[in-house]
Design a binder for this molecule. Structure first.
Ligand SMILES: [Fe+2]
Ligand SMILES: [Fe+2]
Length: 246
C-alpha cells in the first residue's frame, strides 16, 4: 500500500494569510501518527513566481517525507528550480519521475510561460512516454500536473484547461499502467474520468472555488484549506479521501 497526500494552489504571496494556511496543512501532515509515503504539491505554489515566494515555499514544505512538486500557471520555472528545488538554471519544462514504494509518480509541467492555459508540450509528452516505457513491467504509475484535462462546469477553471487533452488521452491509451491522473488548479475538490482513468482534482490551500449554483462570487475565502489522501493498494486500486484542515 502506498499512502500519498496532495496539496495544491498554495499561492504563497508573502502575506501572513497564505503563509498561515500553508503552514497549517504542513503541520497537520507532519503530525500524522502514520506518516505519508510522499506529498504531492500540484502547482500554483507561488502566486507571482517570485524568488522570495519560493524561498518561503522551501521553508514551509520541509518534511521528513518526500515532497514532490510541479509548476502551475502562477509559477515561474527559473525561480522554482533555483529557490525551491535548489537546482542549477535549465531551459524547458520541470518534469520529474519519482519512485515511491514501488509506484512511479510522474510530476509533469503543464505550464506555458506567460499564460494561464495548460499544455503538456512536446518535450513533456516525449518525456512521459519514454519514462513510462522504461518502467519495469507491472509498475503502477500516477501522472500528476496542474491543469485538469476536463471541464469542471465552472467558467473560471474551464477557461484555462489543458489544451492538448486529446494527445494526452492517446498517450494514456498506450499506457494501461497509469492508474489515475491527479491535478490541481480548480481550487475545488473534484472527481471525474479521463481516458478511462480516474481524474482526481485536489482542493486548494488558499481559497475555494464557489460553484455556479452556490452563488456568483468566484472565491470563497472562508472555507478552510483542503487536502487529499490517495491510497494505492496492492491490486493497483486507488482510493481518494478529501479533508479540510481547520
Ligand atoms: Fe491556483
Ligand atoms: Fe492554476
Amino acid at each position: 500500500m502506498v499512502l500519498l497526500a496532495q496539496i495544491s494552489d498554495l499561492h504563497l504571496d508573502g502575506t501572513e494569510r497564505a503563509r498561515e494556511r500553508a503552514t497549517r496543512v504542513m503541520d497537520y501532515l507532519r503530525a500524522l501518527p502514520t506518516p505519508v509515503d510522499a506529498l504531492l504539491v500540484t502547482g500554483d505554489i507561488a502566486d507571482h513566481g517570485e524568488p522570495s515566494e519560493y524561498r518561503e515555499a522551501a521553508r514551509i514544505l520541509t518534511a521528513a517525507f518526500p515532497v514532490l512538486t510541479c509548476p502551475g500557471n502562477h509559477d515561474s520555472r527559473e525561480p522554482l528550480r533555483s529557490a525551491l528545488l535548489g537546482e542549477p538554471p535549465a531551459e524547458g519544462p520541470v518534469n520529474r519521475l519519482h519512485l515511491i514504494g514501488g509506484t512511479a509518480i510522474l510530476m509533469c509541467d503543464s505550464s506555458i510561460p506567460g499564460k494561464d492555459e495548460g499544455l503538456l508540450d512536446q518535450q513533456t509528452m516525449s518525456w512521459l512516454a519514454e519514462s513510462l516505457d522504461a518502467l519495469p513491467t507491472g509498475t503502477p504509475a500516477l501522472v500528476a500536473f496542474h491543469h485538469p484535462p476536463v471541464t469542471l462546469h465552472h467558467p473560471l477553471p474551464d477557461s484555462y484547461t489543458l489544451q492538448n487533452d486529446q494527445d494526452f488521452a492517446a498517450l494514456l491509451a498506450d499506457h494501461p499502467e497509469v492508474v489515475a491522473v491527479i491535478t490541481g488548479h480548480a481550487h475545488t475538490a473534484a472527481v471525474s474520468t479521463f481516458a478511462r482513468r480516474p481524474l482526481l482534482v485536489g482542493p486548494a490551500v488558499t481559497w475555494t472555488l464557489r460553484l455556479p449554483w452556490e452563488g456568483t462570487e468566484v472565491a470563497d475565502f472562508e472555507q478552510p484549506p483542503g487536502i487529499a489522501f490517495h491510497v494505492l493498494d496492492e491490486r493497483h486500486r486507488l482510493t481518494t479521501h478529501f479533508r479540510t484542515v481547520l
